[in-house]
Design a protein around this ligand. Structure first.
Ligand code: FAD
Length: 380
């Protein structure tokens, strides 16, 4: 059935929004399609920002060209939405009517500075990277707050530049996602590259105004550079009062439908209503962008709304993961050795599903997906 007359508006022009737009056209939507995006740098990929772009191996962000899609683009921030009149209002005062709305506004870096405290450095956008690179060039010492995947990638960039870096967190590195076994291996590897880890009893705060260090356990630690990598916060302010979002983000079902008919959501802004929560990773944003687009057209999605492939970097090596997280206990070593920094590992979960990890070992994602599927233990 043709969707010629339907006005579809996508808010957010990063990977979830751009994937949704491409899928809308691919699935036959030949009617009006408008995309509203707040980032002056337009559409670009975030994962390289904290890897080669931060290290200086690539000067620019990877951008996408959507000019073949016949989209009306509005470079502005969506400020509010009126769900009665089906209109999105932008900060500059443009009213954009919709028949179907796709919410893809992602997340912003979580900040820990106190009100009025200036100089906090975070990493979420290309603009953040442009600001961070010269600081890295000038720094001899750094503190990274947060030992999650982003914190460890910033740490890798510090190590690559010879900066003495201390990583502070209440948990060991990547433990919340990858479990104790890999966390121990990652800590050992980072320590061998002169990274220091500081375990905090409670969340740390920033010291100085502008920021010059951190306060931890009653003492102040200073460094040339402090980078906060303390998670992210769904961008939902513009949805206030609509009932579409709550404190966790926008709840979606298997079809990326929200609490309101004709409003769908995808990517980091969304969390699964079924209980699995928010999984703010690239492959999920792609999968949900496709599902939200199909649902907005009333069509069957061609994929599931989750895709549990995730990758990251730690000092000196990359890690690819296919399968459910978090990981617990010890893996079966399929190839290589973790101590040597090159291993293929398998975890079997209680529900029969399998997670495959390529730890510093070059393996195609397709192969990891096959292994995760074929090595799963069927449950009756
Ligand atoms: C530095 C970095 C490295 C990462 N590395 C990895 C990795 O290695 N592997 C991995 O799996 N994942 C990685 N991720 C996570 C991954 O990039 C995200 O899951 C993905 O970008 C989510 O896409 P999204 O489109 O949902 O949201 P976002 O990428 O957050 O984009 C949302 C867009 O909406 C716009 N927007 C927000 N509010 C409004 C508004 N009110 N009006 C209009 N526009 C608005 C924003 O400007 C932004 O462009 C990384 C993230 C970061 C920040």
């Amino acid at each position: 059935m043709s969707s010629s007359g339907r006005r579809i508006v996508v808010v957010g022009d990063s990977i979830a929004g751009c994937t949704a737009a491409r899928e809308l056209r691919a699935r036959g939507h030949d009617g009006p399609l408008t995309m509203i995006g707040a980032d002056a740098d337009g559409c670009y990929a975030r994962p390289p920002l904290s890897k080669h772009v931060l290290k200086g191996e690539a000067a620019e962000a990877e951008t996408w060209d959507l000019s073949d899609l016949d989209i009306t683009t509005i470079a502005d921030r969506a400020a509010s939405v009126d769900t009665e009149t089906h209109t999105v209002a932008t900060a500059a005062g443009t009213d954009v009517p919709y028949d179907s709305l796709i919410v893809a506004t992602g997340a912003a870096a979580r900040r820990i500075a106190l009100p009025g405290q200036t100089g906090e450095t975070v990493l979420r956008t290309f603009d953040d990277v442009r600001a961070l690179r010269p600081k890295l060039d000038a720094a001899r010492t750094a503190i990274v707050v947060g030992a999650g995947f982003l914190g460890m990638e910033v740490t890798s960039a510090c190590v690559a530049r010879g900066i003495a870096v201390t990583v502070v967190d209440v948990d060991p590195p990547l433990k919340r996602l990858l479990g104790t076994y890999l966390s121990d291996a990652i800590a050992a590897r980072a320590e061998a590259a002169s990274v220091q880890f500081l375990r905090a009893e409670s969340p740390v705060s920033l010291a100085g105004n502008p920021v010059t260090g951190i306060e931890v356990a009653g003492r102040t630690l200073d460094a040339d550079l402090v980078v906060t990598c303390a998670g992210d916060v769904p961008e939902t302010e513009w949805l206030d009062g609509t009932g579409i979002a709550d404190a966790r983000g926008v709840a979606i079902d298997e079809r990326c439908a929200t609490a309101l008919p004709d409003v769908f959501a995808a990517g980091d802004v969304a969390y699964s209503r079924s209980g699995s929560g928010r999984a703010p990773f690239w492959s999920n944003a792609v999968a949900q962008g496709k599902v939200a687009a199909a649902s907005a057209l009333g069509l069957e999605p061609t994929c599931a709304p989750t895709d549990d492939y995730f990758w990251t970097e730690i000092p000196g090596l990359s890690i690819k993961v296919v399968g459910p997280l978090p990981l617990q206990g010890e893996p079966t070593v399929l190839e290589g050795s973790v101590d040597d920094g090159s291993a293929l590992l398998q975890w079997n979960h209680e529900d029969g599903r399998t997670t495959i990890v390529a730890y510093g070992m070059k393996k195609a994602v397709g192969l990891l997906r096959r292994l995760a599927r074929d090595n799963a233990i069927p449950t009756t």
